[in-house]
Design a protein around this ligand. Structure first.
Ligand code: PEP
Ligand code: MN
Length: 338
């Protein structure tokens, strides 16, 4: 981090600043020119409050050289992290499909969809038991019963399961869940993230509705700083001025993340678009941009789905999508787990 000090700084203020920085355990590389003094901060600058520095009378400007995320940073961990979910690997050239209904609705619905997506090539079954809905009057999920049905489907199909957590008080109920999803609305629920950091479960961390890439990585950092490094990031579209699609899929985030972090990166084209017919083109684009897997909503009867029917693929559409992605995978140097 570099601090440019204003011309002719007050000596007392300057001494206080130096003392404060050293008190944070940092060294200072001081460069005094005729008119300008530049301070180079050496050490772990993630502890520095940049805005506070900027607000000081004697400070002209502050520039951060190093990203504030350490554990997630590729600079300190150049090789890809590979996350194992029930024997299926994410990252490091592996490609996975997580598929299933938005919400778990009944045993029959879940098992029907699970068998269909497994036959098509999905390795992980998704299904929401606790649903974070925009309206409190919308279907909120089958909750504990939904988690029970996921266990039944897991036993019946052998597929590991992925489901969202919305309340840390329910964590004990997630014993049989293989990968815990943190939804867009909870990406900055820091207490939830810290608690998940103390578990040993892989976490699927979705991007917040209006989160920058750095904010998203700082959320991963919350989990990692507590010890859990099994994190998979999932780009699911961000809020923009464009109302035609539910969200705007930020494809550029994929290669940017691959530069910044060693964590695997997935894409959810279902929530990004909000329309079933857009899921295929966005999936292909995501694969082209370097996604290491796709999370896709599939329903056996989309018009009657209790949530997100408009964006849910029918099993045969999902099967067709997997075939088309398969054609692309050798081009991007990835192999689908079978
Ligand atoms: C979901 O996966 O069903 C979901 C609610 O996703 P998001 O948090 O991305 O909106
Ligand atoms: Mn959904």
């Amino acid at each position: 981090m570099i601090i440019v000090v204003k011309n002719n700084p007050d000596k007392k203020q300057m001494d206080n600043l130096v003392k404060w920085i050293k008190g944070l355990g940092l060294d200072i590389h001081m460069s005094r020119g005729d008119n300008t003094t530049i301070m180079g901060l050496v050490g772990d600058t993630s502890v520095v409050d940049e805005d506070l520095l900027r607000s000081l009378d004697i400070v002209e400007s502050v520039k951060r050289i190093q990203e504030p995320f350490k554990n997630a940073n590729r600079k300190f961990h150049p090789e890809d992290t590979v996350v194992d979910v029930g024997g299926h690997k994410f990252g490091g050239g592996h490609f996975q499909f997580i598929a299933g209904p938005c919400s778990v609705e009944s045993e029959e619905q879940l098992i029907t969809v699970a068998k269909a997506v497994k036959a098509a090539g999905a390795t992980i079954l998704r299904g929401g038991a606790y649903k974070p809905r925009t309206s409190p009057y919308a279907f909120q999920g089958l909750k504990e019963e939904g988690l029970r049905l996921l266990s039944v489907a897991k036993k019946e199909t052998g597929m590991p399961v992925c489901t969202e957590i919305v309340d840390i008080r329910c964590l004990d109920l997630y014993e049989d869940v293989d990968i815990i999803q943190v939804g867009a609305r909870n990406m900055q629920n820091f207490e939830l993230l810290k608690e998940l950091g103390r578990t040993k479960k892989p976490i699927l961390l979705k991007r917040g509705l209006a989160a920058t890439i750095e904010e998203w990585l700082m959320s991963a950092e919350y989990i990692m700083s507590e010890g859990n490094t099994d994190i998979i990031l999932c780009e699911r579209g961000i809020r923009t001025f464009e109302p035609y699609t539910r969200n705007t899929l930020d494809l550029s985030a994929i290669p940017v993340l691959k530069e910044l972090t060693h964590l695997p990166v997935l894409v959810d084209p279902s929530h990004a678009s909000g329309h079933a017919r857009l899921v295929l083109p966005l999936s292909l684009a995501a694969v082209g941009a370097g996604a290491e897997g796709l999370e896709i909503e599939v329903h056996n009867d989309p018009p009657h789905a209790l949530s997100d029917g408009a964006q849910s693929l029918r099993p045969e559409q999902f099967d067709d999508l997997v075939r088309r992605v398969d054609v692309m995978l050798p081009v991007v140097g990835k192999e689908r787990d079978r």
